[in-house]
Ligand binder design. Structure first.
Ligand code: ZN
Length: 268
């Protein structure tokens, strides 16, 4: 499943092709993904010029000079294909630019979404209105405020999009490991000193994953270049039974119905 670094890498890859280009063709090949494509998507985007790209949580943003922003989510299996050699099953949305480039949004499982939101009203858009700060905007001070008095496990609180936007299971597990914090510890009982370790740890694991994605950016030039996925090395995620550098062993537990991996010896 694409997490924040994949979305960020995708946006950077799309920016290389779309920035300042005019969209000359916008074609949907079915009516819906997770929900219906906006009925006026083609009308509002055809002829528009892309004025910028961005990301909010795990959503990609394509801004146009018409005051609209196309907001996409990759769901479980979505990816953009740049200049695909041939059409593939599950290419549900196709964009063409005035310099002859083609972009296809491919999503076999269709948990993704595409919406058009007036750029000026984006922060009030329902999916965005309740979101907490981006991980890169987080400070130990504002995190401490959010966690104050909370008895829920820190792992679950960090997955709560109202506290931090866009953090998924992989990076929460990895950041807690780096900061030496047990995923089971009550959020309100993580000391300020440890939060001061946690915030940079969150940024570092995300930055490293984005950099790993960036290093595969050259692949985007391939005719069948696909954006979104790249291999990463994890310290604890999906590594139950692996030896930790501290001499402990990585353990898998279930919290809130999802797996957590951590080292009980060095994460307290
Ligand atoms: Zn350890």
């Amino acid at each position: 499943m694409p997490e924040l670094p994949e979305v960020e890498t995708t946006v950077r890859g799309l920016a290389a092709v779309l920035q300042d280009r005019q969209l000359t063709r916008v074609e949907t090949r079915r009516e819906d993904l997770r929900r219906a494509f906006p009925v006026d998507l083609r009308q509002r985007l055809t002829g528009a010029r892309v004025s910028g790209l961005g990301r909010r949580a795990k959503y990609g943003l394509i801004h146009t000079d018409r005051g609209d922003t196309m907001v996409f989510h990759l769901g479980m299996s979505g990816r953009w294909r740049i200049d695909p050699r041939q059409a593939e099953a599950h290419d549900h949305l196709v964009l063409e630019t005035d310099d002859g480039r083609t972009l296809a949004l491919n999503d076999p499982r269709r948990f993704g979404s595409v919406d058009l939101v007036p750029t000026a009203e984006m922060e009030a858009w329902p999916a965005f209105a309740a979101l907490g700060p981006e991980p890169f905007d987080l400070t130990a001070g504002n995190l401490a405020e959010q966690l104050k008095g909370r008895s829920a496990a820190i792992k679950l609180l960090l997955l709560d999009q109202r506290i931090v936007a866009g953090l998924g299971n992989i990076y929460v597990c990895e950041a807690l490991f780096r900061a030496g914090i047990s995923p089971l510890r009550a959020g309100g009982r993580v000391s300020k000193t440890r939060l001061e370790r946690l915030v940079p740890a969150i940024c570092a694991v995300l930055d490293e994953a984005i950099a790993a994605g960036g290093s595969s950016l050259r692949d985007y030039a391939r005719p069948d270049g696909e954006l979104g996925y790249f291999s990463k090395a994890f310290a604890v995620y999906d590594r139950a039974g692996a030896a930790c550098a501290c001499g402990g062993t990585v353990k898998r537990i279930v919290q809130g119905g999802r797996s957590t991996w951590y080292c009980p010896k060095c994460q307290r």
